[in-house]
Design a protein around this ligand. Structure first.
Ligand SMILES: *[C@@H]1O[C@H](CO)[C@@H](O)[C@H](O)[C@H]1NC(C)=O
Ligand SMILES: *[C@@H]1O[C@H](CO)[C@@H](O)[C@H](O)[C@H]1NC(C)=O
Ligand SMILES: *[C@@H]1O[C@H](CO)[C@@H](O)[C@H](O)[C@H]1NC(C)=O
Ligand SMILES: *[C@@H]1O[C@H](CO)[C@@H](O)[C@H](O)[C@H]1NC(C)=O
Ligand SMILES: *[C@@H]1O[C@H](CO)[C@@H](O)[C@H](O)[C@H]1NC(C)=O
Ligand SMILES: *[C@@H]1O[C@H](CO)[C@@H](O)[C@H](O)[C@H]1NC(C)=O
Ligand SMILES: *[C@@H]1O[C@H](CO)[C@@H](O)[C@H](O)[C@H]1NC(C)=O
Ligand SMILES: *[C@@H]1O[C@H](CO)[C@@H](O)[C@H](O)[C@H]1NC(C)=O
Length: 646
């Protein structure tokens, strides 16, 4: 770490150094029990664990073998346009990380995290719980807004209301150092870290945001935006103001404060929010956050507590990204909440309203991963019934910051809007037929492993004629091979999801003329959300409108559309149920508290069934800049969108 003198010379407030440093030998004990921590102190604790070769070999062996299940590996060798930026050789990256000299366990994990993060696939990431214990928070979240026909970056005008919701424990720190953050609200941002603010947005989108293949979509991740978190309206910090790692003490911002004409440069301090498990010192920090625990590797006991099943008893396939930001679910400040009365079915992850024009019904679908799988379906039915009764004739669906969820709920919403006459509401899908996957399915058939506990068993899937596969059917034998970027890719035979019967009566015909359905959002729409919006676009040419982004840059309407994701505990359970834990191809149990999740299935595009939806470029038809009136005010945005789209 630079010495105090160097920090002062750089003009940075010496946060951790304000207190004359006594010889504290335990860098974690220093802030035990505190919610908000100076980033330098947080980082000193995280970096206090020395590099350990045993842990590196354990982690890399696990990651290397789980990557064999990753459906998109070969696409990365030469990612097709417009996704070229993600091109990399995954095995060469792993070899580099195996050969790099690291000082600390943090440095190793950060490198592995960054490499998987830059695959820009939220389904496929190394998530070390030890090192995602903080969120670094800046009291000046940024947004891109149009004013008088010009788009610029601003400190969010609602920063005072928004930041105040973090509570006085957060804000009192800034009072204690006499830092006036309130005056920054609404300021125009002329430069960040000496760069043009959009160039800085690009840098963060390229190096930190991850999750989405399209750069344009990632640009929206760096800015603050509204969302539904849990079942409440919320405001996301954005990745400039709310990064995961506490590795920045301040952000230099050149600003034009509201009602002023002279630019000033301000070093805005970050303050890290501790979100990990309680601890008292370095040793207990490690035990409680970093060492493997009884849940890290899952295991056969997990079968007993398999969480969610459909009406046929199937485990529910999930397609969802990990947005580390919901950890800090600060509400949307109350002045910006919708004032219209919500219609029936708005208690969960869906919030629905009838706009003042009385013709437009709005469904804000915040997630496809509700606590109550059937409740999502009854909410949709209740909302549509209420809309019909009120004479609503056009439907606006808001998918802002929808990170996905249960695959079958995306297919459910598609079928509810399109009518059950369409048949199977999904898409063709495959998993990767690597040698261990082939062994797993054969073992499942031989051992009669039930589809109620595992995802590989054939009865989970339907042939393309929409009939369920018999338990004895081996969809990986023969496998199907193709060349992707020169590599031979082996995948399963194609199949469909089985999502029916649904929990509610499905309309046979579309409840609304499908030409009068439009989708809005900020393209931070992942996994099941992206598959749902793609189904609507590919089958019915549904209008897709995206707000925000960088002026002049193209943008896909969807974020990452992988398909089903398996957490490490999920794939480990599949291996254990098949009795293959001792197979030389099986990944070892992790010695650390972490998750290596991966995209386990591919969804193929309806328009071109050789192309995964994820790689089918589908730019937004309509692009709108946010304004001061819409960036944090969903109701204003919907009224504007309805005036433009219908
Ligand atoms: C490295 O980690 C392993 C596994 O947790 C542990 O047994 C070993 O003592 C550690 N090595 C050192 C030098 O700390
Ligand atoms: C890392 O490199 C060492 C030395 O070449 C090798 O023995 C080991 O198997 C490699 N580990 C992994 C996970 O590939
Ligand atoms: C800026 O000026 C306008 C018009 O005089 C005034 O209404 C507003 O309160 C001022 N805002 C700030 C933050 O000074
Ligand atoms: C793991 O251990 C914790 C604490 O001892 C306990 O509360 C939890 O139920 C255990 N989980 C499992 C899956 O056994
Ligand atoms: C809303 O739900 C209530 C209670 O379930 C029901 O009585 C009412 O008819 C519903 N209203 C509409 C418009 O569907
Ligand atoms: C396979 O398991 C199911 C229950 O999971 C059982 O009904 C069936 O009889 C078993 N079949 C064989 C061949 O063991
Ligand atoms: C559906 O397809 C499968 C596999 O091709 C075939 O075995 C089965 O007979 C077909 N079922 C119907 C009802 O066509
Ligand atoms: C489908 O995509 C493949 C791969 O990009 C391309 O070669 C082929 O021409 C496409 N087919 C159609 C019908 O667009």
């Amino acid at each position: 770490m630079p010495s105090p003198a160097v920090l002062l010379a750089l003009g940075l407030p010496a946060l951790s150094l304000a207190v004359p440093a006594p010889q504290i030998s335990d860098p974690c004990a220093k802030f035990a029990g505190q919610t908000f921590v100076a980033p330098a102190d947080a980082l000193a604790c995280l970096k206090s664990f020395p590099f350990n070769e045993t842990l590196r070999q354990n982690v890399l062996t696990n990651v290397d073998r789980v990557f064999n299940f990753y459906t998109f590996e070969d696409y990365y060798l030469n990612s097709p346009p417009p996704f070229q930026q993600s091109t990399t050789n995954i095995r060469a990256d792993l070899a580099r990380i195996n050969n790099t000299v690291y000082e600390t366990d943090y440095d190793f994990n950060k490198d592995l995290y960054d490499f998987t993060n830059r695959l820009n696939d939220g389904h496929t990431r190394w998530l070390p719980n030890c090192y995602s214990t903080f969120q670094n928070l800046l009291p000046a979240p940024v947004v891109t807004l149009e004013e008088n026909g010009v788009q610029s970056v601003f400190v969010a005008p609602d920063s005072v209301e928004f930041i105040s919701l973090l509570g006085t424990e957060y804000t009192s720190f800034f009072d204690s150092i006499n830092f006036d953050w309130q005056r920054l609200a609404g300021a125009q941002v002329l430069a960040i870290e000496g760069m043009d603010p959009y160039a800085y947005a690009d840098l963060i989108a390229d190096t930190q945001s991850g999750n989405y293949l399209d750069h344009g979509v990632r640009v929206n991740s760096v800015f603050s935006s509204y969302r539904i978190s849990g079942t409440d309206f919320s405001q996301r910090f954005g990745d400039i103001a709310g990064p995961v790692f506490p590795d920045k003490n301040t952000l230099s911002m050149k600003l034009l404060l509201v009602n002023t004409t002279k630019a000033i440069t301000v070093e805005v301090p970050y303050l890290a929010d501790y979100l990990g498990a309680p601890f008292t010192d370095q040793a207990s920090f490690w035990v409680n956050n970093c060492a493997a625990n009884n849940e890290t590797n899952g295991g056969l006991e997990g079968v007993a507590r398999v969480a969610k099943r459909d009406s046929l008893g199937r485990k529910l396939a999930r397609a969802v990204i990990v947005d580390t930001a919901p950890k800090n679910a600060v509400g949307l400040p109350s002045p910006f909440l919708p004032t219209l009365p919500p219609v029936n079915g708005s208690e969960g992850v869906i919030k629905s309203y009838i706009l003042p024009d009385k013709k437009t019904g709005v469904m804000f679908v915040g997630s496809f991963e509700p606590d109550d799988f059937n409740g999502f379906q009854t909410d949709v039915a209740a909302t549509v019934a209420a809309f019909k009764e009120a004479g609503v004739s056009q439907l606006l669906i808001d998918l802002s910051n929808n990170g996905g969820g249960f695959v079958c709920l995306g297919q459910f919403l598609h079928e509810y809007l399109a009518g059950s006459r369409i048949g199977n509401p999904g898409f063709q899908s495959t998993s990767r037929a690597n040698p261990l996957a082939q062994k797993i399915l054969k073992a499942d058939i031989a051992r009669n492993v039930s589809f109620e506990v595992a995802f590989y068993p054939s009865q989970n899937w339907a042939f393309l004629n929409n009939t369920e596969m018999p338990a004895s059917f081996d969809y990986n034998d023969p496998d199907v091979t193709s060349k992707i970027n020169g590599a031979t890719y082996a995948e399963s035979q194609r199949f469909l999801d089985i999502c029916t019967p649904f929990a509610v009566d499905m309309p046979e015909e579309p409840p609304f003329n499908l030409q009068n359905v439009a989708i809005v959002g900020n393209a931070n729409c992942a996994s099941t959300c992206a598959m749902f919006s793609t189904l609507m676009f590919e089958h019915y040419k549904t209008k897709m409108a995206v707000f925000g982004g960088k002026p002049g840059e193209t943008m896909e309407f969807k974020g990452m559309a992988g398909n089903q994701v398996l957490e490490w505990t999920d794939i480990n359970l599949e291996i254990e149920l098949a009795g293959l834990k001792d197979d030389p191809l099986a990944p070892p149990d992790l010695l650390v508290n972490a998750d290596f999740r991966h995209n386990w299935r591919t969804a193929y595009s309806f328009l071109n069934e050789t192309v995964p939806i994820a790689y089918e470029s589908e730019p937004a038809h309509f692009r709108f800049p946010y304004t001061k009136d819409t960036y944090n005010n969903p109701q204003n945005l919907w009224i504007f969108a309805a005036s433009q789209l219908f």
